[in-house]
Design a protein around this ligand. Structure first.
Ligand code: FAD
Length: 467
């Protein structure tokens, strides 16, 4: 019997470590609530995780086994369990953040003292960090070249679920409050393998073919919404990829097949950012690209608070920030807009945004969230150049022309026509007062802030801001 230690791979099928644990006998699946990890959690994410764990436990119980649940220090719990059941190997799927790697080396050392091996598997990514490099052997810092190699490389097939599961029961699953978390403010979508598979099936059944056209349209809401599931591993990457390959094989047109490839490109972005985090763990708190003179962020508390609350007077920004509070999720295009607004229009340090997203997003994962923020702040790998600053009004007009998305999340604008919404910044105080008295005036002037942000970045680059 071998142990499989689940962490953010809350599934029984297409799980490399679990399949290895069950290869020659019963697999003993384990989940440990580790307070050192939980202190980085947040209500939406932990709620989704608990939901997913409940289903995983049911899955094992339906097959005559159980998920062994414990709370405490894995460096003590895992060796004790291994010794008690005569286990000589504990399997797990590699984590790529600094925190995960430190935890895993401590556990490996503790197990080793009892003669037990910790075997980690590259399950979460198709191609593990280090496996895709430049011709000079360096990790990639430019996505496009990374993508070409990623796309052309063969992918593994999904793993089967293990045949036999050990029936070793630990604790009951704790509740959110027992773990020290409040109920989430947002409605959290269901977690677990069934919900993940349903999302995947419905996406590859149609919307994937329109991905290229509709991925930037937040009102259409036609992206896969698999991000919380990839975050918690309720569906395996090989399963997702195999479904996209099947969709490509039966694509009704060349354009539809291209849309599938566009979607696969997003799966590769996720892997790219995991590689970046693996090779540059400091990006969690530091800029990937340091500017010579350092960036002097403006960091106005009142402006940052208005951004968090969705009260900036820029309708697309406020709609996004309110979607985040209501659903613990935000559309990708809108994430880009709100992140640009915070870092360029408000000239606030990206870390304020990252912290807020970390608290509120159900799909927050360090690699993607950090990658997204540093992209928007022009401090990241392959980031938006500092001089390309989104105009929040024209972004709203281009990506939500009928203001459908805006009206859904900003009820103060519910009865206002799209043209008026998209020219909100140009209206007089009296006009604004007469059409939507509850909705705020823009808290900053975009054109002025654009100039100031350019000057801020030029100074950071050691250049004369007036040139
Ligand atoms: C400021 C900012 C913060 C972000 N924070 C996160 C985060 O914490 N967690 C997260 O998963 N994604 C994050 N993203 C990336 C992206 O917004 C989400 O992955 C996407 O919106 C999730 O919705 P979806 O599953 O419908 O995406 P789809 O468009 O259906 O994409 C499919 C999958 O590809 C991956 N993906 C898509 N876009 C990106 C991207 N730009 N970078 C990396 N992976 C991507 C995700 O795993 C996603 O589930 C962030 C983007 C920005 C700009």
């Amino acid at each position: 019997m071998d142990i499989h230690w689940h962490r953010d791979d809350l599934r029984a099928t297409d799980n490399d470590g679990l399949a290895a644990a069950g290869a020659d006998g019963e697999a003993l699946p384990v989940f440990v609530f580790d307070d050192r990890v939980l202190q980085h959690g947040s209500p939406p994410r932990v709620a989704f995780m608990l939901d997913s764990l409940a289903e995983l436990r049911e899955w094992y119980r339906d097959r005559g086994g159980d998920l062994y649940v414990a709370r405490g220090d894995p460096t003590a719990i895992l060796p004790d369990l291994a010794v008690e059941h005569g286990v000589d190997t504990v399997h797990c799927n590699a984590g790529y953040s600094g925190l995960a790697r430190d935890r895993d080396s401590a556990v490996a050392e503790a197990l080793d003292a009892d003669g037990v091996a910790l075997e980690d598997h590259e399950d979460a990514l198709h191609h593990e960090p280090g496996s895709i490099r430049t011709n000079d052997g360096d990790p990639y810092s430019v996505y496009t070249y990374f993508w070409k190699k990623w796309r052309d490389r063969e992918k593994a097939d999904p793993y089967d679920a293990p045949d036999a599961i050990a029936d070793v029961t630990g604790d009951e699953l704790p509740t959110l409050s027992e773990l020290g978390f409040d109920e989430p403010e947002a409605d959290i979508e269901p977690g677990g393998m069934t919900a993940a598979q349903q999302r995947l099936d419905s996406f590859v059944d149609g919307p994937i073919y329109e991905y290229e056209d509709l991925r930037d349209d937040p009102a259409a809401d036609r992206t896969s919404k698999l991000s919380a599931h990839t975050r918690w591993g309720t569906v395996g990457p090989r399963t997702i990829y195999a479904a996209t390959e099947e969709a490509a094989a039966s694509a009704p047109s060349e354009a539809a097949a291209e849309a599938v490839e566009e979607y696969q490109g997003e799966l590769a972005w996720r892997e790219f950012y995991h590689h970046v985090l693996y090779f540059h763990p400091h990006v969690v708190t530091e800029n990937y690209n340091e500017y010579e003179e350092g960036i002097e962020w403006r960091d106005d508390d009142g402006e940052i608070a208005a951004w968090r609350e969705g009260e900036t007077g820029y309708p697309i920004v406020d709609a996004g920030m309110r979607q985040l509070r209501e659903e613990a999720w935000m559309h990708n295009r809108v994430r880009m807009i709100v992140a640009s607004f915070l870092t360029k229009d408000l000239m606030a340090d990206w870390r304020h945004g990252y912290e807020h997203f970390r608290e509120h997003l159900v799909d927050h994962n360090t690699a993607n969230d950090n990658g997204g923020w540093q992209w928007a702040a022009s401090t990241g790998t392959d980031a938006q150049p500092y001089f390309r600053i989104f105009n929040p009004m024209s972004q709203g007009e281009r990506h939500d022309p009928d203001a459908e998305y805006i009206r859904e999340y900003v009820p103060e604008l519910a009865g206002v026509d799209a043209d008026t919404i998209h020219s909100w910044h140009e209206l007089s105080e009296g006009e604004r007062e007469s059409v939507a008295p509850e909705y705020p005036a823009p808290i900053v002037d975009h054109s002025e802030r654009r100039e100031q942000a350019l000057a801020m970045f030029k100074r950071a680059r050691g250049e004369d801001p007036d040139e």
